[in-house]
Design a protein around this ligand. Structure first.
Ligand SMILES: [Zn+2]
Length: 106
C-alpha cells in the first residue's frame, strides 16, 4: 500500500509523539519516498562541524533532522486546531482539502 502524504511544504504541523510532542513548526521539506519530513525547530540534532580552513570556527551546529510524517498532524490555519484534512470534490471536479473541524479549505 502506498502511503499518501497529505502534508506539504510550508504547512503548520503539530508533533504527536516523541520528545517534541506537542510542539509546532513549519514544514521545511517533504520526502514522500521515505514518508518523512523536516519540520522547523523539531527533532533538532547537533552536528559537530570541523573547520574547513584555518581560522574558521568549529563547533556544534543545530539542525532539524527528518522525522516520520505519521508522527505529525496538520494544524488548520483557520481554526488553529490539529486536523486531518478531508478530500472534497467540488461541483466543477476540482479536488480540495478541507478542515474536518471548521470546513475551511486548507
Ligand atoms: Zn479548521
Amino acid at each position: 500500500m502506498k502511503n499518501k502524504m497529505s502534508i506539504k511544504k510550508d504547512d503548520q504541523v503539530v508533533v504527536l509523539a516523541g520528545k517534541d510532542k506537542g510542539q509546532r513548526g513549519k514544514v521545511l521539506e517533504v520526502m514522500p519516498k521515505d514518508g518523512k519530513l523536516v519540520v522547523e525547530g523539531i527533532n533538532m540534532v547537533s552536528r559537530h562541524t570541523k573547520p574547513r580552513k584555518q581560522g574558521a570556527e568549529s563547533g556544534i551546529l543545530k539542525k532539524a533532522a527528518p522525522m516520520y510524517a505519521c508522527k505529525v498532524m496538520r494544524v488548520c490555519p483557520k481554526c488553529d486546531k490539529p486536523t486531518r484534512p478531508a478530500s472534497l470534490i467540488k461541483a466543477d471536479g476540482t479536488k480540495v482539502r478541507v478542515c474536518k473541524k471548521c470546513g475551511a479549505e486548507i
